[in-house]
Design a protein around this ligand. Structure first.
Ligand code: C5P
Length: 409
């Protein structure tokens, strides 16, 4: 029973669908889930604290400064108590507050202070949902890492038809069951991943090197996203200045050879994601001293090829990771070239991106990618923040890994 003894905090928002929170609470309680609730001021217009507390058998929290409770249950304790937080219904106005990071009442303060996964369950009129402002907010909230269920298509309380109807308590319940099932599974399997990222530097002399424009940001975000899914992840990063993370193991290296050595040391892993822009070549000789500008032969720097780390991993018979993912940065014929690469490099997925575009790809906060599998199936992720793209990639990788595992066992 994946839901048994789980702790769920439900924030009840101000919409007509708030009454459905009572059905969800009943369903959860029937399945031995511990439920606590925060009732927003506008939510109180639709349901009463008494009806909620009768079902949860717990106090319904309302105010940020509760003279009876702030000492024993403050907003931090409440958010740490939960395994998952649900906002139901999530109104258009509430979405705006979350994008702004407001902390104006107990509900918004708990959400801002939370270190848990948060599930938003939108419910609103179809025009409100489709409005550019709400759709922009949706993108921002997905980028912040909020999860969404719905809205569904159907007839709404206002009598109009379209997308905006809240998912039913049954649909939310199945979502929760899958969510905790998968969390348990990942935890029990103890999955491990390695991610390479950033450029490498190949020195000609003590101060000059061959390198490239890669910022390492996309690989960093993929590593964070895998980690967040419960997969123990090690990031092997070339010179880059992203912020470090206390949750993530990061090993900094400089050259392609050091990256390869670190990759070998990290095996075996279940997942390998090669997002690094490894220098293809390196100088055959590195001068001990700085090369003088008056050297006789300036037309010739002898180079040799660097080892291909992705190729090494995917063709490694002894300890091939179950899922090997490559990146393909191209400036033309992106899909065709990437399809060739997935075959040549023998990987399970390739993430293709167009690096010729301004404000996307190399050295940008944004990216736009196509995820291609071995059969040539393509999933396009339109331009979005690298963190959002990373969350989508991580989910696809985990689904593939779980599918693989299921087929093997
Ligand atoms: O062939 P190309 O360099 O375009 O392939 C890109 C993919 O191969 C990326 O996933 C990159 O991280 C990986 N690669 C590697 N080692 C190299 C060169 C590329 O792992 N020496």
């Amino acid at each position: 029973m994946s839901l048994k003894n789980k702790k769920i905090l439900i924030v009840i928002g101000g919409g007509i669908s708030a009454y459905k929170s009572l059905d969800l609470i009943r369903l959860l309680k029937k399945n031995s889930v511990e439920v606590k609730t925060i009732l927003t001021k506008s939510g109180k217009e639709f349901v009463t604290p008494l009806s909620i507390s009768t079902l949860t058998k717990n106090k319904t929290f309302e105010d940020i400064f509760d003279k009876d409770d702030e000492a024993s249950i403050d907003h931090i304790t409440l958010s740490r108590w939960a395994d998952l937080i649900i906002v139901l219904p999530t109104t258009a106005n509430f979405m705006t507050k979350l994008t702004l990071g407001k902390a104006e009442d107990l509900a918004t303060t708990v959400l801002l202070a939370s270190n848990k996964d948060i599930l938003l369950v939108p419910a609103m009129n179809v025009r409100m949902w489709l409005h550019k402002a709400t759709q922009r907010n949706l993108k921002i909230l997905l980028d912040f890492g909020y999860n969404f269920i719905g809205p569904e298509k159907g007839e709404m309380a206002c009598g109009e038809y379209g997308e905006g109807k809240m998912s039913s308590p049954r649909q939310i319940y199945s979502y929760l069951k899958n969510y905790f099932d998968q969390k348990n599974l990942v935890k029990n399997k103890n999955f491990k991943a390695l991610v390479t990222t950033g450029p490498t530097r190949e020195y000609l002399d003590p101060v000059r090197y061959i390198s490239n424009e890669s910022s390492g940001k996309q690989g960093y975000e993929v590593a964070l996203a895998l980690n967040k899914l419960g997969i123990k992840t090690k990031l092997i990063a070339g010179p880059s200045n992203f912020i470090s993370s206390k949750d993530l193991k990061i090993k900094k290296i400089v050259s392609a050879k050091e990256m390869m050595d670190e990759v070998k040391k990290s095996l075996p892993v279940d997942i390998a994601v090669c997002a690094a822009a490894v220098s293809d070549f390196k100088p055959i000789n590195k001068s001990k001293n700085k090369i003088k500008k008056n050297i006789s032969n300036i037309n010739n720097i002898p180079l040799k090829k660097n080892p291909d780390i992705l190729d090494y991993l995917s063709k490694n018979n002894k300890s091939r990771p179950k899922i090997v993912v490559g990146f393909s940065a191209e400036t033309e014929n992106i899909i065709e070239n990437s399809k060739i690469k997935i075959k040549e490099k023998y990987c399970d997925l390739i993430i293709a991106n167009d690096v010729s575009k301004k404000d996307s790809g190399f050295n940008s906060e944004y990216n736009q990618v196509s995820i291609i599998d071995k059969k040539g199936k393509i999933k396009i992720i339109p331009k979005n923040k690298k963190s959002y793209i990373a969350n989508t990639i991580a989910r696809i990788i985990l689904d593939k890994l779980l599918m693989n595992d299921k087929n093997i066992n």
